[in-house]
Design a protein around this ligand. Structure first.
Ligand SMILES: *[C@@H]1O[C@H](CO)[C@@H](O)[C@H](O)[C@H]1NC(C)=O
Ligand SMILES: *[C@@H]1O[C@H](CO)[C@@H](O)[C@H](O)[C@H]1NC(C)=O
Ligand SMILES: *[C@@H]1O[C@H](CO)[C@@H](O)[C@H](O)[C@H]1NC(C)=O
Ligand SMILES: *[C@@H]1O[C@H](CO)[C@@H](O)[C@H](O)[C@H]1NC(C)=O
Ligand SMILES: *[C@@H]1O[C@H](CO)[C@@H](O)[C@H](O)[C@H]1NC(C)=O
Ligand SMILES: *[C@@H]1O[C@H](CO)[C@@H](O)[C@H](O)[C@H]1NC(C)=O
Ligand SMILES: *[C@@H]1O[C@H](CO)[C@@H](O)[C@H](O)[C@H]1NC(C)=O
Ligand SMILES: *[C@@H]1O[C@H](CO)[C@@H](O)[C@H](O)[C@H]1NC(C)=O
Ligand SMILES: *[C@@H]1O[C@H](CO)[C@@H](O)[C@H](O)[C@H]1NC(C)=O
Ligand SMILES: *[C@@H]1O[C@H](CO)[C@@H](O)[C@H](O)[C@H]1NC(C)=O
Length: 248
């Protein structure tokens, strides 16, 4: 049984569905090529780092860069932010240029060359130190989106998409001297309609193939076995933050 994105879009009431997506056997299909392996939506997080694992080959369908000239499909770059309309912070996780001693990370597609899964390890900034849910209205802790932005080319079309993965910053984050200041990573928050206008309205149904770029590498060509690798698991409809975030 396959639930469609459009249903999630209607329920979420958002014109362009920045967060409605499908989860297939624990893998979160973004509106783009990348697949999020972890964390799962609405997970309580903390610890030393924020850790995010993304498969940039879409389970072996697309080869890693460097791509040949004029590829049919490619991920040009991925940026990531941790933002919250509740707390008013919008931190840079990666905008392509490392700064603050990796307080914000360099281009994610360039890290771990040869690995189809990129592991983001981002040191939580200082204002998130603490434990448990936010203690007062001025706390920086609480509800956030890991906002994943992909500049990519799929089947010959260039796209830019935004995918917001909701998390709860409610587990313990210990004080440490290597934590960057929150102010040094903060950016302006855009409203939802401005964000939707800035992005392409693109959905990707899990299981649809990606046109590759030739015969080299796993899934480099069109029609490889991996491309139609439908998992037999349950397809879970994820309606998104609006409903799940009600209970922190
Ligand atoms: C976005 O795409 C979906 C599916 O293709 C479509 O149903 C929807 O109307 C589109 N929304 C906008 C705002 O273009
Ligand atoms: C997360 O993003 C969704 C849209 O993608 C938005 O509706 C929600 O308010 C955001 N959550 C927070 C905590 O900012
Ligand atoms: C990402 O790729 C797009 C398309 O090639 C480009 O316009 C943009 O400047 C790149 N952004 C970063 C942060 O590298
Ligand atoms: C930042 O990360 C890169 C890639 O992991 C690493 O090569 C570099 O040494 C790091 N820089 C600092 C200051 O930690
Ligand atoms: C926190 O915010 C809520 C909702 O805006 C408000 O009702 C409450 O009085 C605030 N609490 C404090 C301590 O300011
Ligand atoms: C990237 O983010 C860092 C930290 O927020 C900021 O200092 C820097 O100016 C940003 N660079 C670009 C190219 O946006
Ligand atoms: C983050 O920076 C923006 C832009 O300067 C500012 O409007 C916002 O208040 C800052 N957030 C916090 C929590 O200080
Ligand atoms: C957070 O800041 C970045 C960099 O300025 C911006 O591209 C992004 O849209 C902002 N996120 C939100 C939710 O406004
Ligand atoms: C959203 O932001 C844009 C650009 O800053 C602005 O023109 C628009 O009025 C804002 N929309 C709402 C609903 O606040
Ligand atoms: C990409 O091309 C393949 C093969 O032609 C097709 O099955 C798939 O639906 C296309 N995907 C998109 C998003 O257009």
């Amino acid at each position: 049984m396959l639930f469609r994105f459009s249903l999630a879009c209607i329920l979420a009431g958002a014109a362009r569905c920045l967060n409605a997506q499908q989860i297939v056997n624990g893998q979160i299909y973004t509106p783009g090529i990348a697949i999020v392996d972890s964390p799962q939506p609405n997970t309580p997080l903390g610890g030393d780092y924020l850790q995010v694992a993304i498969d940039v080959s879409s389970d072996g369908q697309l080869q890693l860069p460097p791509y040949g000239s004029n590829p049919k499909s490619a991920i040009w770059n991925i940026t990531m932010f941790l933002s919250s309309y509740v707390t008013g912070w919008n931190f840079t996780i990666s905008n392509g240029t490392a700064s603050n001693g990796n307080g914000s990370l360099g281009e994610l597609m360039q890290q771990e060359p040869g690995s189809t899964v990129k592991h983001v390890n981002w040191v939580w900034p200082d204002c998130l130190v603490g434990s448990g849910p936010p203690g007062n209205n001025d706390s920086a802790r609480g509800l956030y989106n890991i906002s994943i932005r992909q500049n990519f080319r799929l089947n010959g079309s260039d796209e830019y998409t935004i995918f917001d993965l909701p998390i709860h910053v409610t587990n313990s984050i210990p004080a440490q001297s290597n934590r960057p200041s929150c102010a040094s990573l903060n950016n302006t928050l855009w409203n939802q309609s401005a964000l939707a206008d800035s992005a392409n309205n693109f959905t990707r149904i899990p299981g649809t193939p990606i046109q590759g770029n030739g015969k080299t590498g796993a899934g480099g060509g069109l029609g490889g076995a991996g491309m139609l690798d439908w998992r037999t698991g349950v397809h879970v409809l994820w309606i998104g933050a609006t409903l799940f975030m009600l209970a922190l």
